[in-house]
Design a protein around this ligand. Structure first.
Ligand code: PRP
Ligand code: URA
Length: 210
């Protein structure tokens, strides 16, 4: 069954995305915003983590309380722009492992080209959250998740900040089992494969390149 994309429209996230879209926002502020939005999104994307009951001695009495149990997490940013989201999610889940997948879009064909893949050796036992601020044609996310599945992972989520309808469709068709979280569903792609209105090139804006 195809999972419905989850659009996170919390007011704090929407406010920060407006600042992110502004062409006058410089790299320093852009990086901070990407990290903060990723942290807020991670809060929601981990809502279904299983809990178990434990007993903790407080200074006053024994409390029956809950801690996270079950599968451990791995975050996998798609290089480069996904790196901007890592700090934010690790603030909430500091014990998670981090894998990296290097992909760039060929500017002519818009097809993803793989140049790096290093994943935790126990990835198949982990719940994986793939990170990339932009889901445009969907090619990069589809390929990244193929690589992760090829290593045996079965429990995968995808978290992006801005998605185009074309990318959502491509990703949910190729990987209907993957829950997609995004913070804004934009209008469409332009002839160069950029999301409209979008925010431009996320990697260039995070790292100050052009
Ligand atoms: C951007 C973005 C995604 C990809 C999305 O990366 O960060 O990875 O494009 O486009 P798609 O959905 O059409 O595949 P880019 O290729 O610009 O590389 P970069 O992060 O190194 O700048
Ligand atoms: N990658 C980006 O960084 N921005 C877009 O609009 C599309 C792909």
């Amino acid at each position: 069954m195809e999972l419905k994309p989850f659009i996170m429209d919390h007011p704090l996230i929407q406010h920060k995305i407006s600042l992110l879209r502004d062409k006058n926002t410089g790299s320093k502020e852009f990086r901070e915003l990407v990290s903060e939005i990723a942290m807020l999104m991670c809060y929601e994307a981990t809502r279904d983590l299983p809990l178990k009951e434990v007993e903790i001695e407080t200074p006053v009495a024994v409390a029956r309380t809950k801690v996270i149990t079950g599968r451990k997490l791995a975050f996998v940013p798609i290089l480069r722009a996904g790196l901007g989201m890592v700090d934010g999610v690790l603030k909430l889940v500091p014990a998670a492992k981090v894998g990296h997948i290097g992909l760039y879009r060929d500017p002519k064909t818009l097809e993803p080209v793989e140049y790096y893949c290093k994943l935790p050796s126990d990835i198949e036992e982990r719940e994986v959250i793939v990170l990339d601020p932009m889901l445009a044609t969907g090619g990069s996310a589809v390929d990244a998740i193929k690589l992760i599945k090829a290593r045996g992972a079965v429990n995968i989520k995808f978290m992006c900040i801005i998605a185009a309808p074309e990318g959502l469709k491509a990703l949910s068709t190729a990987h209907p089992d993957v829950q997609i979280y995004c913070a804004s569903l934009d209008e469409h792609l332009n002839d160069h494969g950029y999301i409209v209105p979008g925010l431009g090139d996320a990697g260039d804006r995070i790292f100050g390149t052009k």
